[in-house]
Each structure stands twice: as C-alpha cells, then as structure tokens.
Design a protein around this ligand. Structure first.
Ligand code: NAD
Length: 315
C-alpha cells in the first residue's frame, strides 16, 4: 500500500517508519523547516526504540509545495492548531480517490478534514502509545516492540475493503488496531482519557505514574470523567467504555503501561509550544455548552493550562 504522512513529527514518523518497515511505500510531508532540512542533511531520521538502538532510517521527505506523489491514503499527524494551515498548503495534491486516516488527539480535526475528503474516505482513531521527538530529525518510539494499542473507525461507520486492508497493514506494523463501528464514541474515549492525565500531568509537570500514585488521583479522575460523560450523554454520544472502564484505563496506562511517560501536552509546554488543551478539555466545555450543560471543572482546567503556558513563556 502507498501512504503519505502529512505532519511528520513524533507520531507521523512512528506510523510512517513502522508501516515502511512492514513493506509499504511511505512518503513524508512536513512544514517545520529545521526538521525537514535536518532529515535531508543526515539522509533520514534517527530512530531510537525505548531510548535504545538509535539508528538512521532513510525517509523520503518533502515540503507540501514540492510534493507530487499519489498515495492510496494520507496519514495526518499535525497538532490540532496546525491542521487548517497544513491542509491549505497540501490540498493541491489531494485526489477524490484517496483516503484520509488520522489518530490525532482532541477534537476539531474531523470537520477540517471533511472540507477536503468525502465522508466515505475518512477514517479516524486514537493511539494509546507514546512517542517523543527529541529534536529535528531525531525520534524515540516508546513501547516500540508492539506495546501500544489503537482504535479506529470509519466516519460513515461502514468499513469498506480499503479499511480492512488498512487494518491488516497496521497489524503487520504492530500497532495492535481494533476496528469499531462507533466513530464519535471511539474518538471521545481518548478525549476523556487525555482530559484527565494529559492535562493534569502537564500542569504539574509530572509523569503519568507520579499522578496515578497520588492518593487523591482516583477522586480527581472520577470527577473529570463523570463531567465529561455527562457532556457526552447530553450530546447523544454513545461511549465505547463505561465510566468505570475509562477510570480503569487511566489507571492501567498510568500505572502499568506508561508510568514514566510525560504526556504530549507536557512535551509541548516543555518546548515552549502551545498545548492542545482547547481541543481536549476545551472541546468538552464547547460540547457541553451546545447541549445546555456547564462543564465547570473542564472549563477551569482549560484556563489553568493557559495560565501555565503564559508562566512558561516567562522562563
Ligand atoms: P509533533 O509536535 O511531534 O509533530 C507535529 C508537527 O509539529 C510536525 O509537523 C512537526 O514537524 C512539527 N513540530 C514539532 N516540533 C516543532 C517545533 N518545535 N516548532 C514547530 N513545529 C514543530 O506532534 P506529535 O506528538 O506527533 O502529535 C501529533 C498528533 O498526535 C497530536 O494530535 C498529538 O496529540 C497526537 N498524539 C501524540 C502522541 C505522542 O506520544 N506524541 C500519542 C498519541 C497521539
């Protein structure tokens, strides 16, 4: 299969490199100049797996304006706030036959992708896996040996032949995919997960394991999960997990799967970049408002993360 990754940072590289190693033809498109230039200069990207075995993996990398490929499927992995601009820079090479697949965090990307791709060509999901871009041209796949899992669903909730082929390629590349037929419920499960762990670990600059070890963590997680589920119920979203399963997932990932990991919003804050909080807790607030419900704790947390971003700028 032919893939083109659009947004070749931490996760774009992980999906692209592992699909390439599983026998697919993969191109990479990116807009961050120091990163593209570095990969060209060194003849690829340096990939570590669980901080070890750092090796140079050759990749074909392009700026949007010079790209001429014709993939079966694009894989989008920008940050939420970058996507609209990146799509504008790329749309000249999109074709109606091509699929768009993404596992970006938060919500906001679906409507933007639907401006360029037909509903039956859109497949989105969530990735429970951790990847760190150490700097331009240098990435670390955490849990590299098949440790993560992911869910995906068609926007139409009707998997076609292409979707099943995509799942097979993701299996071969060890992403452990589960195909669902509940689009919004699948995406919202990760929004809720991130609204707890990603946000709190970012604000208090702690690992997921450190958060989960706090004796009040279950109370805090439960309050945020309950409020998020109240929003989703009012919005008519059928969740794929019960509230208890969502709490169990927060605890499992934080205590067992990735206790040493700093979530992706923390990494943004650490690198003086804006976080995706408006598309995570902020999205729950917006969805609540649209359904006459005030998600007060999520609104408060959204403000707190923005305050933390402001403080960070002073350093
Ligand atoms: P990333 O920041 O590594 O890359 C996204 C884009 O930002 C790329 O185009 C990259 O080149 C560019 N970029 C990276 N550093 C930059 C800098 N300092 N200045 C300017 N541009 C820069 O993002 P990611 O971690 O790959 O995340 C992509 C999406 O996947 C997000 O929605 C994220 O929440 C989600 N996600 C991330 C992880 C993870 O562990 N990293 C896990 C699951 C989901």
């Amino acid at each position: 299969m032919k893939f083109t990754v659009v947004g070749s940072g931490a996760m774009g590289l992980r999906y692209g490199v592992l699909l390439q190693e599983a026998g697919n033809q993969v191109d990479f498109v990116d807009t961050w100049e120091p990163h593209v230039e570095k990969m060209r200069e060194q003849g690829g990207v340096y990939v570590s797996r669980d901080h070890q075995d750092r090796e140079l993996v050759p990749v074909n990398v392009y700026y949007p304006e010079e790209y001429k490929g014709d993939p079966d499927c694009y894989i989008f992995f920008t940050k939420q706030m970058q996507l609209a601009d990146v799509l504008k820079r790329c749309h000249a090479f999109f074709k109606p036959t091509q699929y768009a697949f993404t596992c970006m965090n938060g919500m906001g990307h679906v409507e933007k992708l639907l401006n360029y791709f037909a509903p039956e060509k859109l497949i989105a999901g969530t990735a429970l896996v951790a990847t760190v871009l150490n700097g331009p041209g240098d990435v670390d796949f955490i849990g590299a040996r098949g440790a993560g899992t992911m869910n995906l669903a068609n926007y139409t909730e009707k998997p076609d032949d292409f979707t099943h082929k995509l799942v097979t390629e993701l299996e071969k590349a060890q992403f452990n995919p589960t195909l669902t037929t509940n689009f919004k419920g699948t995406l919202m499960a990760k929004v809720v997960f991130n609204s707890v762990v990603n946000t709190l670990c970012t604000m208090f600059e702690m690992t997921m394991g450190e958060y989960a070890a706090y004796k009040g963590a279950d109370d805090m997680s439960r309050q945020l999960i309950n409020e998020a589920y109240d929003v989703c119920e009012r919005a008519g979203v059928k969740m794929i997990n019960t509230r208890q399963e969502e709490l169990d997932s927060v605890n499992y990932v934080s205590k067992v799967a990735n206790p040493l990991h700093y979530p992706s919003m923390y990494q943004d804050m650490h690198n003086y970049r804006p976080t995706e909080v408006d598309f995570i807790n902020g999205y729950l607030v917006k969805l609540g408002k649209e359904n006459d419900y005030a998600a007060r704790t999520h609104a408060f947390l959204t403000h707190e993360v923005h305050l933390a971003e402001l403080q960070k700028q002073k350093e």
